[in-house]
Design a protein around this ligand. Structure first.
Ligand SMILES: NC(=O)c1ccc[n+]([C@@H]2O[C@H](COP(=O)([O-])OP(=O)(O)OC[C@H]3O[C@@H](n4cnc5c(N)ncnc54)[C@H](O)[C@@H]3O)[C@@H](O)[C@H]2O)c1
Length: 253
């Protein structure tokens, strides 16, 4: 077996028009995988698919609101009509609502949970049966270090903690099926989701003093799809430059 060998797979990426997915789409397409780019923004998914094709890869665009179960079902039917088998699901769609406890209205907390936690669950429900029937599949959830430690914005932290524990729990459901499920828990990745105030803090809060390139997340996703990663299951893989590895009571002297 060669290093990181992997048969060409069909990979469905949600949030495909986003900054992190740009790195995931590009890396997976470069590894020979076909990328199904799905985003709530039709324009975003088209742009993402076009970027893959411009680089010589294979990609198709789909529109889905993962926070709406009927939209997820419609996507499953659209993909089935196109006679495409989804081998790998990457749940990268997510929202960060910068609201504190008292700022949330009657529905804002629930919307974050719907997109960041229920969305991946519905996507897994929709696309894992095909993987199970073919005896092979990979599910990769993009969680966050905000699901590992506490975080300023409670809806986001709760949604990502839920997603990370959903990941662990689904190994039981998927026992013996040939389908593995893992999360990637990034620290600060260079995407439009990151505000300048956070970027400025990186040298004091991240031991590597670096912001993460979306391509690094893509490389980790590509490894999780490879044959060598077949026994990585139920893991929450932190990639954060060391940010969560120490107690941040004081700034580094
Ligand atoms: N950027 C970071 O530092 C960072 C760190 C940890 C985790 N994450 C997670 O990585 C993922 C990608 O984030 P990003 O930084 O690329 O953000 P981004 O805002 O650039 O991309 C998010 C994408 O998700 C799409 N999206 C939003 N709601 C959706 C919905 N209901 N249905 C389908 N698509 C939807 C958006 O249109 C957008 O294209 C998110 O889950 C985020 O929580 C980001």
């Amino acid at each position: 077996m060669t290093m990181s060998s992997s048969s060409p797979r069909t990979v469905l990426v949600t949030g495909a028009g986003g900054g992190m997915a740009a790195g995931i789409n590009a890396r997976l397409a470069a590894a020979g995988h076909r990328v199904l780019c799905a985003d709530v923004s039709g324009e975003g998914s088209e742009r993402a698919a076009q970027a893959v094709r411009d680089a010589g890869g294979r990609a198709d665009a789909f529109t889905v609101d993962v926070g709406d179960s009927s939209s997820v079902r419609a996507l499953r039917e659209e993909v089935a009509r196109a006679a495409v088998d989804v081998d790998v699901l990457v749940n990268a769609a997510g929202i960060l609502d910068r609201k504190f406890l008292v700022d949330h209205d009657d529905s804002s907390f629930e919307r974050t949970i719907a997109v960041n936690l229920v969305g991946p669950f519905r996507m897994i429900q929709a696309f894992s049966p095909g993987m199970i029937s073919r005896g092979w599949g990979r599910i990769i959830n993009i969680s966050s270090i905000a699901g590992v430690t506490g975080y300023a914005y409670p809806s986001y932290a709760a949604s990502k903690a839920g997603l990370s524990n959903l990941t662990r729990s689904l190994v039981i459901d998927l026992w013996g099926t040939g389908v593995t499920v893992n999360s990637i828990c990034p620290g600060v990745v260079d995407t439009p989701m990151v505000i300048d105030a956070v970027r400025e803090q990186i040298p004091r809060k991240v031991p590597t003093e670096e912001i993460i390139d979306p391509a690094e997340i893509g490389a980790l996703a590509a490894f999780l799809i490879s044959d060598e990663a077949c026994n990585i299951n139920g893991a929450n893989l932190v990639i954060d430059g060391g940010a969560t590895s120490y107690f941040q009571l004081f700034d580094r002297p």
